[in-house]
Design a protein around this ligand. Structure first.
Ligand code: MG
Length: 279
């Protein structure tokens, strides 16, 4: 496997066989899957999905746990609905994460990734303590299946995330680094942030975006190379910190345009990797 093999984030649904065939033909070697909807986790669709993945020859590097009822419309919506932060859904979502872990283990992927929601800055905040306990419970369950739990970056600064990881204190707690999120949530320069988090990074999203235009808004996502991440200097920094894991292209749209953007991003990344001597 080459260093920093390219992959894409794919959701599970009708049309998956065709998309798998096309990304395989395009030369992608890895993928992250968005956690399958309930009907795909039940038989007979579960077996069908595993067969599709196995036959594709594309390695699953992570399954992203997403939860019913999440909204990324603006800052208030994220705060109210995303991840393990909302107390009323926390217990159920921990159980959903465990079910996702069982599936992840069956497809021989090493990581689950997730947005857990905004981590409070105050360590004495009961919500902070609740999040620590929730992530500890998930990490302990995953540990028995030799899986890492990767926190998706963006909703807090790298420094706060590093402190949170220390407080959770679990060996299998890692990071899926998304440079565009750092910008879209306005939480810091991604190049500086990836250096702070270097030792925990097990996955990287190749995604682009622009800074927010107002305090309560999120910045907008853009096709790779058309935002403010600076993808080439980001790749150069990954090389410098010794990262050799997958580069997973994420595009938060669906349909044919998403596929076309995957292919365009792959061309861009292949060129940059060659230029930077990453092979
Ligand atoms: Mg991401």
């Amino acid at each position: 496997m080459p260093k920093m093999p390219l992959g894409v984030v794919l959701s599970v649904g009708e049309g998956l066989p065709d998309r798998l065939r096309r990304i395989g033909e395009a030369g992608f070697k890895t993928m992250q899957l968005v956690s399958p909807p309930k009907e795909w986790l039940a038989e007979p669709k579960r077996a069908e999905l595993k067969e599709l993945i196995g036959d594709s020859g594309i390695r699953v590097t992570s399954v992203a746990a997403v939860y019913e009822g999440e909204s990324y419309a603006d800052v208030a919506a994220v705060r109210a609905t995303v991840g393990l932060l909302p107390e009323e859904t926390r217990a159920a979502r921990i159980e959903d994460t465990k079910k996702c872990a069982d599936f992840t283990h069956e497809v021989e992927a090493p990581n689950i990734s997730s947005h857990i929601g905004y981590i409070p800055e105050d360590r004495a905040d009961p919500t902070y303590c609740g999040l620590v306990a929730a992530v500890q419970e998930i990490c302990d369950y995953l540990q028995r299946r030799r899986l890492n739990f990767c926190l998706e970056t963006g909703q807090e600064s790298a420094g706060l995330l590093k402190q949170f990881i220390a407080n959770v204190s679990r060996e299998n707690l890692k990071v899926n680094f998304d440079p565009a999120n750092m910008i879209m949530y306005g939480t810091g320069d991604p190049i500086e942030a990836v250096e702070v988090l270097a030792e925990w990074v097990r996955g990287v999203h190749c995604k682009d975006g622009v800074w927010p235009k107002a305090e309560d808004r999120l910045g907008e996502e853009r096709p790779l190379g058309q935002g403010e991440v600076g993808i080439e200097r980001f790749l150069a920094k990954l090389k410098q910190i010794g990262y050799e894991g997958p580069l997973t292209i994420e595009r938060e749209i669906s349909g044919e345009q998403q596929m076309l953007d995957f292919f365009a991003a792959k061309k861009l990344l292949d060129e940059m990797k060659a230029k930077l001597g990453i092979e």
